[in-house]
Design a protein around this ligand. Sequence first.
Ligand code: DGL
Length: 269
Amino acid sequence: MNGKAIGVFDSGVGGLTVAGEIIKQLPNENIIYFGDTARFPYGSRSTDELKGFVFEIVEFLQEKGVKFIVIACNSASAAALEVTQKHFSVPMIGVVEPGARAAVQATRNRRIGVIGTPATISSSAYVEAVHTYDSQAEVYQQICLDLADYVERGETRGEKVKKVIKNYLAPIIAAQADTLILGCTHYPLLSATIKEVTGSGIRLISSAEEAAKEVKEILESKGYLREGNSPPVYQFISSGDEDKFLKLGSQFLGHPIDKVERVSLDRKG
Ligand code: DGL
């Protein structure tokens, strides 16, 4: 069990922000990463569609023999974590609950902002998760329709994206939230620009970092950590264009990626 890989997946390269945090916190672990780039983006998909995609990818990763799975996509976690956990025996987590928990721990005035895709925000998964820890906390949600696209295009700094962020965050800043959950895999890459907009008064919570902490805690408590000193193996798989994955992937992961395999899953989106 211990030598088996951790399976991590997302709609594309965004979940590599989560894989990068796992590598930082668990540098001895093998990782298999699947990016469903052929069906990107997930943020505008329906709940039923997302459940279908998630089942298919979890089956695929289970066949690869992973010991643990991280649904490293907010939209997919919001739509399908619970039903997938019930259906499959392999232990897994999503990114919503760890982010919500960290936000409740961080806030001083119990006002929490959440930004994400239409799928994540309309599910209210973050609101529910925050309320399991603090039923009285105020949660201010905001759909950021095109923010992930800016990151996909590499536009993470500059006046144009800053103005877009300013517009999206205006209601959350007006509500005096002191904590902001970055509820999309792409947003940690916008942290510097978001901080320019919010100033130091709002604490940013990266679901990626918090999810990696939770993976570490669970693997340690189950005695599932990999032993030995051989270098870890990282395998990157994409359902779509390998070149795009390679180009963007290293930026999201924070490490160079030199090889990507292409695997088509049956169901087409
Ligand atoms: N990975 C998605 C998420 O975290 C963002 C990109 C998409 O829409 O697929 O919600």
